[in-house]
Design a protein around this ligand. Structure first.
Ligand SMILES: Cc1cc2nc3c(=O)[nH]c(=O)nc-3n(C[C@H](O)[C@H](O)[C@H](O)COP(=O)(O)OP(=O)(O)OC[C@H]3O[C@@H](n4cnc5c(N)ncnc54)[C@H](O)[C@@H]3O)c2cc1C
Length: 426
């Protein structure tokens, strides 16, 4: 009987454990290790600060669901991976041995790379549900004394959609409270243009998002390098197309949320064995999600190394979104099953993107097949339906995690949408 250890229990890790267990049944052991007792539905974090969701709404206790699925759950933080000994070292000094390891540990939020960035500095965060809970308190203080808002993503970030979402959600909330006129809003981003999204744009995301920002009187600075943040003030250098400094901005704010750059988590990147990770601590993988050096280690989710889609004046990373992660999970489950059967892995992730960016009362949807250009299908659209679809998706995904359901949701949705898009003659 092989021991298959999944490290991390987020959007990647939990579906990974379910699909792995369903693939290997009782013949092999599946173990999940997570530093948190709960699963967190990260995509809904931007709804927490304006109180559209409570942090508890986005959490699911993992021990009971894992037990029901026949999966062992170890609630401890990993501190080191020892690929040469096939073991994961845990914070309490114990070790878990594995035959196969799937690293699904998500990102380390590199707030430390810019002075004053993040919840320990002067900007809020919605990357983790606990940060979003703190941001909700910041938001209450802001409401007592409103003023300028700056939202965006710093140089090196690889996640842009949630910045646009948070911006538009707050804009909707301010309108609902009839105080939008008291709040100048600015979007500050390392992207070379609005709607790039780390993907070189998808369909007309440039036009759609620029238009949405103009429509809502939101200013923006693109090619923006954040130099430092002090209380109530952001210092930004705008660069030109060659990456040369063009203009300095000093932007005052009363509330700000800037998505940080990511690295791999400390347990994966610190003192990592040669060949496991790249210099930023992201796990190196081949087309089968398998580490090229350690053939019994796989990785899924935000923690995998992917190159940027194109060269940009400032570093702009490739986002790893839900559909990509789902396809990484499915490929990994099948590949490990093949290795267990003595074969070489043959499955690879489709790496398509299907994203819903919520704007509070409407939104933008886009599909990129494959995510990295050139593409067979690019499509984007906007409307109130996107906001409703996002709520539906949250309910669906939470149910899937709670009930232990393993099914390729994105794959099915994309095939349906591709059918519709083709019929419409795109
Ligand atoms: C605010 C936000 C909104 C997003 N919205 C969307 C969206 O709408 N649609 C979309 O497709 N994508 C979205 N994404 C991108 C992506 O889908 C999410 O980031 C997703 O959570 C990534 O899943 P993951 O499993 O890689 O990482 P995570 O979900 O972060 O999971 C990582 C897991 O590893 C565990 N872990 C970490 N360190 C350790 C350790 N030392 N030991 C043990 N366990 C550890 C964590 O507790 C967690 O369980 C969003 C991202 C953000 C930040």
């Amino acid at each position: 009987m092989a021991r298959i250890v999944v490290l991390g229990a987020g959007i990647g890790g939990v579906p990974m454990a379910y699909e792995m267990k369903e693939t290997v049944g009782k013949k092999h052991e599946v173990i999940v290790i997570s530093d948190s007792p709960t699963f967190h539905f990260v995509p809904s974090n931007p709804w927490v600060p304006p109180k559209w969701r409570k942090p508890e709404d986005l959490k699911i206790e993992l021990a009971p669901v894992m037990k029901k699925k026949g999966i062992e759950f170890i609630q401890k933080a990993a501190v080191k991976i020892e690929p040469n000994n096939n073991q994961v070292l845990l914070a309490d000094g114990s070790a878990v041995e594995y035959d196969f390891l799937i690293i699904a540990t998500g990102p380390r939020l590199a707030f430390d790379e810019i002075p004053g960035l993040g919840p320990d500095g002067f900007t809020s965060s919605v990357c983790h549900v606990d940060h979003a809970a703190v941001a909700a308190q910041d938001w209450d203080k802001f409401m007592e004394n409103p003023g300028p808002i700056i939202i965006g993503a710093v140089q090196g970030a690889s996640c842009y959609g949630p910045a646009y979402e948070y911006l538009m959600i707050l804009e909707t909330e301010l309108r609902n409270r009839k105080i939008r006129d008291k709040v100048p809003m600015t979007f500050v981003t390392a992207e070379p243009y609005i709607g790039h999204l780390g993907l070189g744009g998808v369909g007309d995301t440039k036009g759609l998002l620029e238009s949405a920002l103009r429509d809502k009187s939101i200013k923006w600075v693109t090619n923006a390098k954040v130099d430092k943040i002090e209380e109530g003030m952001m210092f930004v250098t705008e660069v030109d197309d060659e990456g040369v400094d063009k203009k300095k901005h000093e932007l005052p704010f009363k509330h700000s949320m800037m998505l940080p750059a990511f690295t791999g988590i400390d347990a994966v990147r610190n003192e990592a064995a040669e060949g496991l990770v790249n210099p930023r601590g992201f796990v190196l993988i081949d087309e089968h999600q398998r580490n090229p050096t350690f053939k019994n280690i796989y990785s899924v989710g935000v923690c995998v190394a992917l190159p940027p889609v194109e060269k940009t004046p400032l570093p702009v990373g490739t986002p790893k979104t839900g559909y990509m992660i789902e396809s990484m999970v499915t490929a990994t489950a099948h590949n490990i099953a093949e290795q267990l059967a003595g074969k070489e892995p043959t499955h690879h992730a489709s790496l398509n993107a299907l994203c819903l960016a919520d704007f509070g009362d409407s939104g933008v949807a886009f599909m990129a097949v494959p995510q990295i250009p050139p593409r067979n299908v690019t499509w984007s659209a906007h409307g109130k339906w996107v906001h409703l679809a996002k709520i539906g998706f949250e309910k669906y995904f939470m149910r899937k995690i709670r009930k232990g359901i393993s099914e390729p949701f994105y794959e099915r949705m994309t095939l349906k949408l591709m059918g519709i898009v083709r019929i419409k003659g795109h």
